[in-house]
Design a protein around this ligand. Structure first.
Ligand SMILES: C=CC1=C(C)c2cc3[nH]c(cc4nc(cc5[nH]c(cc1n2)c(C)c5CCC(=O)O)C(CCC(=O)O)=C4C)c(C)c3C=C
Ligand SMILES: [Fe+2]
Ligand SMILES: [Fe+2]
Length: 345
């Protein structure tokens, strides 16, 4: 029998510093997130970050926490329910980090009799720190605990027409009738080094805004920067946004290495100083609203904008449990189930 495992990032169990520390410890010790040798990662994460960050992060989590729990988890659960109502196969939900483990998610499907599982990372764009770490962990778990299960991965869905339509609709509904001067497409950042590492061609993305737009390059399948830029371009085309009224930026950097630029916070500040009064912002690297959208963008971003003279700061929600987004995932599942290789089982 077939089954589906939706996978998102995860959240701490509670917004208390102890739980935030445990969660950040697991997340940041992942070699595909902080990709330095183990000794250096241990020193950085256990020696520095976990002694300084959890208190501040917990404070931020407390500001956005819901009665039902972490917004990211609650919204992912609602999405799972929506997809489950649309397909005949069991649909489970797991998180890469935290208590809702990938192992439990796989076990839940195996207990229901599933022998063929399609994993769907809830990330529209591929990154070493998101899609790749899920794929690798699933392979490890299957080899160790579920050797009878056949896994099918799902590639990043950033350029699917149904996804671009859903994202454009979610943005268009807010922009329609809104008086705004500029819309920022703000994606979670990654260190530039991550883009070079995941470049299958070893061609080294030059970060100069050119190679990411080269037509037909095999680099693009694993180039997060390319996939973010193309997401923006496709939505802008669909919505008929005029050149100069939209741009792509990257948020949430950590540490001192160069991350993908331009940085969201500095762009908000610069545009406010240049006289933009009405800004809209959307965060298409996240399918579920979370700390990085509800606190970093909707609270900190707005504060930066107002400090430099900005007046209206409109935050567009993530796709969350929208029906058209649940339908995108349903289409992905049905296309997989219909392929001749899978159709009979
Ligand atoms: C596209 C999705 C994400 C990428 C790529 C990503 C990379 C990445 N993140 C960190 C460090 C942190 N991220 C944190 C929170 C966080 N990150 C994502 C998504 C991506 N991260 C989400 C959805 C969230 C929110 C989780 C939630 O519970 O709501 C945090 C924790 C918060 C904080 O203390 O600021 C850290 C730290 C690195 C180093 C990284 C590397 C590429
Ligand atoms: Fe992150
Ligand atoms: Fe590139």
């Amino acid at each position: 029998m077939k089954g589906i495992l939706l996978v998102n990032l995860g959240s701490p169990d509670t917004p208390n510093p102890k739980d935030v520390k445990r969660y950040l410890g697991e997340f940041l010790m992942d070699e595909r997130v902080i990709d330095v040798p183990l000794w250096a990662r241990t020193l950085l994460v256990k020696g520095i970050i976990l002694n300084t960050r959890p208190k501040a992060s917990a404070k931020a989590y407390k500001k956005i926490w819901w009665d039902e729990g972490s917004p990211l988890i609650v919204l992912s659960e609602r999405l799972q329910e929506k997809v489950q109502n649309k397909v005949d196969y069991p649909v489970a939900l797991a998180m890469r980090y935290g208590s809702m483990t990938l192992k439990n998610g796989l076990q839940e499907l195996v207990d229901k009799g599933c022998t063929e599982i399609k994993t769907i990372p809830l990330y529209p764009q591929f990154a070493m720190a998101t899609t790749e770490t899920i794929d690798v962990k699933i392979d490890e778990l299957v080899a160790e605990h579920f050797p009878q299960v056949k896994i099918t991965r799902t590639p990043a869905f950033y350029k699917r027409e149904d996804y671009i339509n859903a994202l454009s609709a979610s943005i268009g509904e807010v922009l329609n009738g809104l008086d705004y001067e500029h819309i920022l497409f703000s994606y979670h950042g990654v260190p530039e080094r991550h883009i070079r590492k995941s470049d299958v061609t070893n061609g080294n993305c030059k970060m100069d805004g050119k190679c990411c737009f080269k037509k037909g390059s095999p680099q693009h399948e694993f180039c997060y920067r390319h996939q973010c830029e193309i997401t923006t371009i496709n939505v802008a085309k669909k919505l008929g946004l005029k050149n100069g009224t939209y741009s792509t930026t990257f948020q949430s950097r950590l540490g001192f290495d160069p991350w993908l630029k331009p940085y969201t916070d500095r762009t908000i500040e610069r545009m406010g100083k240049e006289g933009i009064k009405k800004m809209a912002i959307v965060t298409p690297a996240f399918v579920s609203d979370c700390l990085e959208t509800l606190e970093e963008i909707a609270m900190e971003g707005e504060e930066i904008f107002h400090e430099v003279g900005g007046e209206e700061f409109t935050v567009i929600p993530c796709l969350n449990e929208r029906d058209d987004f649940a339908q995108v995932l349903t289409n992905i599942i049905e296309e997989w189930a219909k392929t001749p290789e899978n159709a009979m089982v």
